[in-house]
Ligand binder design. Structure first.
Ligand code: SF4
Length: 192
């Protein structure tokens, strides 16, 4: 197995699906072997692509409030790893960003995760991360998130924190009243 430093260098130089991306590949992730929390998202949006900082947008602000984390802690790679299912901005489709590139997770994910030996909590955000980190858990985001207690305390499925999901949040008030308070406590415990 490659060292984590070599592996991250190889990710940085990856051109695997360059022809399918709207811009030159720019993998956006943070990863250190000491991380205790893994944020498994979908793919960087345009703002994250431009800044090189994952969740550097209103979705990230909402995610940090869900987790009870400051920006400082969220971006502390010694504590928090951020590995989306696709590392590069996939471009925009007719209804928002395109899905993560399917080439990315098979190419990189297992080897990166093998270096993260101190993980205590994985946040599987959106259906692509749920399919990978909770295989067989269900086909709809609502179904999987509603059954969050089945995977507690190591993996917590979450809807994407995008404003596009405001309607979902309004239709599923249990998410904010039941899951989020438990999640905040769990995150604080893991990082204590
Ligand atoms: S999305 Fe993943 S596989 Fe495609 S170029 Fe970026 S790092 Fe490589």
């Amino acid at each position: 197995m490659r060292s984590l430093a070599t592996l991250l260098d190889d990710v940085k130089n990856c051109q695997r699906c360059a022809e399918s991306l709207p811009f030159a590949p720019r993998p956006v992730l943070q990863c250190r072997a000491s991380a205790r929390i893994l944020i498994a998202g979908q793919a960087p949006g345009r703002k994250a692509h431009d800044s090189g900082l994952p969740f550097n947008d209103v979705s990230g602000d909402r995610l940090r409030s869900w987790l009870g984390l400051s920006r400082e802690t969220f971006y502390d790679s010694h504590q928090v790893a951020i590995l989306p299912m696709g590392f590069c901005f996939p471009g925009k489709g007719r209804s928002g960003d395109l899905p993560p590139r399917p080439e990315c997770a098979p190419m990189w994910r297992a080897e990166l995760l093998a270096h993260l030996k101190h993980l205590e909590l994985t946040l599987a955000i959106g259906r692509y991360a749920m399919a990978y980190h909770l295989p067989g858990a269900g086909s709809s985001v609502t179904e999987v998130v509603r059954a969050w207690r089945e995977h507690w305390p190591r993996v917590v499925p979450l809807p994407h924190p995008s404003p596009r999901n405001n309607r979902w949040l309004a239709q599923n008030p249990w998410f904010e009243t039941e899951l989020l308070p438990e999640l905040k406590t769990r995150v604080a415990d893991v990082l204590r």
